[in-house]
Design a protein around this ligand. Structure first.
Ligand SMILES: *[C@@H]1O[C@H](CO)[C@@H](O)[C@H](O)[C@H]1NC(C)=O
Ligand SMILES: *[C@@H]1O[C@H](CO)[C@@H](O)[C@H](O)[C@H]1NC(C)=O
Length: 389
């Protein structure tokens, strides 16, 4: 009986202890569950906040991208407008209040011509042994805007003439002839000019006027050079250029099949053929007979070339980009081997312009007559001796 009582007491005690343990464990579990649910809540909140933040970032990035794009288009537009305004300003400057300026310039040019005349006797030997090369381009003068985007203008390089010739377009047959540079600049449009109707159409912008004769490039069956006397309006001579597989000589000026140039030594042809693997060739021509005297293949590439000219027997090739930028002389070839391409200076044209559809050198004035998108521009060159590099 005593034993039974002890047992029951023990059992009661054990069950009470057990209950306490269970209660304790339950409390702990509840506390842990609370905390877990709190964590869960917090994690969900953090996750959704993070998601929101991410979405905001993405949409802001998208906006930034859009703004960047808009800014870039704006900048492009502004660049083009600035170019245009610059050009118009230069043009207006030469038009307004610039009449005296033009006169002064004409006088300057006349002075140069007379200076050349005076020095002629002393310098005559030099003319056959000419050794000038370009050092830089000193100044630019926009004289006028007459004609279409492509064309060519020049002064007759014979000293006695001084007449200005305008070849508007790349496939026409009527040249506008002005009595002088002054008449050209003060003429409203072409009104002070007389028409010179050639017997056939010219092709491209590669023509010259030299000693009262127009030498123009024409294309009948083959490329030929026609020599036309401006004094009695008659063809003096015409010759097929003796080269096969012609390709347009300048990559950026595809209308110009072949280019002609005049320098101190006479008449040159600048051309390209399929054989010379994308490079420009040059030939010395006899201005009287139109015979080709000698030919050279240069290492100047056709690609991105827009024009070229010859000074003292050195060919200068001018390059640009397809999106017209700043033109520069970036390759030269000296037929006398006095100056190599590596030692030549990189000559940039002033300001940024469209592109030159022609550049014609006048050896008496040391000026380049340029046609840029219908504008007629003069560039004044600074020269140095070839051997003083
Ligand atoms: C010049 O040529 C363009 C076409 O290239 C023509 O539209 C324009 O009327 C011509 N201008 C003059 C003054 O002949
Ligand atoms: C044109 O003039 C040149 C030089 O004065 C002369 O040699 C030529 O024969 C003349 N041509 C014609 C067709 O009169």
């Amino acid at each position: 009986m005593r034993g039974f009582v002890i047992l029951v007491t023990l059992a009661c005690f054990a069950s009470a202890q057990h209950q306490a343990l269970i209660d304790y464990l339950e409390r702990r579990l509840l506390a842990i569950e609370d905390r877990i649910s709190l964590w869960h809540e917090q994690t969900t909140r953090y996750a959704s906040e993070l998601r929101e933040l991410k979405q905001q970032m993405v949409s802001q990035l998208e906006n930034l991208d859009k703004e960047k794009e808009a800014l870039r288009t704006n900048l492009d537009g502004v660049g083009t407008r600035v170019d245009r305004v610059e050009r118009e300003l230069d043009y207006l400057e030469t038009q307004n209040g610039a009449q005296p300026c033009v006169d002064v310039d004409d006088k300057l040019i006349e002075q140069q011509v007379t200076q050349v005349k005076e020095k002629q006797k002393a310098k005559y030997l030099k003319l056959t042994d000419c050794s000038d090369m370009i050092s830089s381009i000193k100044a630019m003068k926009i004289l006028k805007r007459v004609g279409g985007p492509k064309g060519m203008w020049t002064k007759d390089t014979s000293r006695a003439s001084g007449k200005i010739y305008v070849f508007n377009g790349t496939d026409e047959d009527t040249v506008n002839q002005f009595p002088s540079l002054q008449d050209f600049t003060r003429s409203p449009g072409m009104s002070l000019s007389t028409d010179l109707k050639l017997p056939s159409a010219w092709r491209g912008t590669g023509h010259v006027v030299f000693n009262h004769h127009v030498y123009y490039v024409s294309l009948a069956e083959e490329i030929s050079v026609v020599k036309y006397d401006t004094r009695n309006n008659s063809v003096t001579d015409s010759a097929v250029f003796p080269v096969q597989d012609h390709v347009p000589v300048y990559g950026l000026t595809p209308d110009t099949l072949m280019d002609l140039a005049v320098d101190e030594e006479g008449l040159w042809a600048i051309y390209a053929t399929r054989q010379n693997e994308g490079h420009i060739s040059v030939a010395k021509m006899d201005a009287d007979s139109l015979d080709v005297e000698q030919m050279w293949d240069t290492n100047c590439p056709r690609e991105n070339a827009e024009a070229a000219f010859v000074i003292c027997g050195t060919l200068y090739v001018v390059y640009n980009t397809k999106q017209p930028g700043r033109s520069r002389v970036q390759c030269l070839f000296d037929v006398n081997d006095m100056v190599s391409n590596e030692e030549a200076p990189l000559v940039y044209f002033p300001k940024r312009y469209g592109s030159h559809s022609s550049l014609k050198y006048n050896p008496q004035e040391q000026l380049l007559y340029a046609w840029d998108d219908g504008y007629q521009i003069l560039y004044k060159l600074i020269m140095k001796k070839k051997l003083e590099i």
